[in-house]
Design a binder for this molecule. Structure first.
Ligand code: PLP
Ligand code: COI
Length: 341
């Protein structure tokens, strides 16, 4: 199979239309068989649940070409179960995990020519999503849904690749206690748009959201979890019921413990103690691990000793090990790598 003629090394994180996508519809209490199609258009009734009341959830994962030339995805079973958690919270139907993984597999396989080659620095981003598709005018869940999987080749999420980022402490809240912060619902991202545009306008790369109950504890950014390293080399991540349970973060904690022999801790982290950490990074499918050089809290700068030019030493080891596992250079834990072809 011939790869598309793309300047893989200079791809940003954007949408590029690929050849195929997957579509399955839910009606009368059941999912249809699902198909791969070339049609990238979605035609909806003007009153569809997703348009009126934002009843939509999504996932994000990547397909990689390994050192040996296989196409693989990373822990898609966890995306499947997280999408079902998201769907259940928004009163949407769940999709059997096997169906989700099969849809991802078929879509990536159909778009194999779009999976960036090994060593190109790019990957194929896979976006499964589900939305309420029939007319709804009173506030209630839809009865019909569509599940789709689209793919797009991507480069780094943050411009400049792995250059350390500057983050600002946001005055806006991302999620309420007992709200929807722990699920991947489109509504969480809609309400973060003003905050991210404001952050960019003020010269920052991203926002650090605090817990909205007390505004003293670190939550996450708009699209990634935080990861900190203490001066004595312990990996610490925020524990909160209102952040997304990042698959990357959970994998990195395992890598830190089992591959790098580091101590790890998941606990509440106050904004006050952030200045005492040696390294900071943002972790997620899109972000991978993006190092943070500086956090600005209303003019007060917290500069990490790892600096503004390089990844911190432990962040680098975590990054190299995780991407090594994803690209097949390092043996993966059982079940982490799903081979497409
Ligand atoms: N937090 C938010 C708000 C996200 O959108 C994402 C991206 O999926 C993450 C964290 C990272 O999660 P994962 O590592 O599963 O991609
Ligand atoms: C991902 O990392 O997959 C996400 O969904 C984050 C998004 C902000 C691009």
């Amino acid at each position: 199979m011939e790869k598309k003629n793309i300047d893989w090394a200079n791809l940003g994180f954007g949408y590029v239309k690929t050849d195929y996508r997957y579509v399955s519809n839910y009606a009368d209490g059941k999912w249809d068989e699902g198909v791969i199609t070339e049609d990238d258009k979605v035609v909806l009734n003007e009153c569809a649940g997703v348009l009126q009341y934002a009843q939509t959830v999504f996932e994000g994962l990547k397909a990689y070409t390994t050192e040996k030339g296989q196409i693989v995805t990373f822990r898609p079973d966890l995306n499947a179960s997280r999408m079902n958690d998201s769907a259940a919270r928004l009163e949407m139907p769940t999709l059997p995990e096997g169906r989700f993984v099969d849809a991802v597999t078929k879509t990536v396989k159909a778009n194999a020519a779009w999976v960036p080659p090994y060593g190109s620095g790019a990957t194929l981003y896979v976006r499964p999503y589900m939305f309420g598709s029939n007319p709804v005018i009173g506030v209630k869940p839809a009865d019909e849904y569509q599940f789709r999987v689209l793919t797009t080749p991507v480069g780094p999420y943050f411009k400049g690749g792995v250059k350390p980022l500057t983050i600002c402490v946001s005055d806006f809240d991302r999620a309420a206690p007992h709200g929807t912060g722990h699920i991947k619902a489109g509504l969480n991202y809609a309400m973060s748009l003003h905050a991210i545009v404001t952050a960019h306008h003020n010269g920052f790369d991203e926002n650090m959201y605090l817990d909205s109950g007390t505004r003293t504890k670190v939550e996450e950014t708009g699209g990634a979890n935080f990861l900190f390293v203490t001066k004595d080399g312990k990996v610490v991540t925020p524990k909160s019921g209102s952040i997304l349970p990042s698959i990357t973060r959970r994998s990195l904690i395992y890598v830190a413990k089992e591959y790098l022999g580091l101590e790890t801790e998941e606990r509440e982290i106050t904004l006050e103690e952030v200045k005492d950490f040696a390294e900071c990074g943002l972790c997620g499918t899109a972000a991978v691990i993006s190092p943070v050089g500086k956090i600005v809290d209303h003019g007060k700068e917290i500069c990490f000793p790892s600096g503004m030019t390089e990844m911190g030493e432990i962040t680098r080891k975590l990054y190299d090990t995780l991407t090594g596992i994803q690209m097949g250079r390092i043996e993966a834990p059982e079940g982490w790598i799903h081979v497409i072809e």
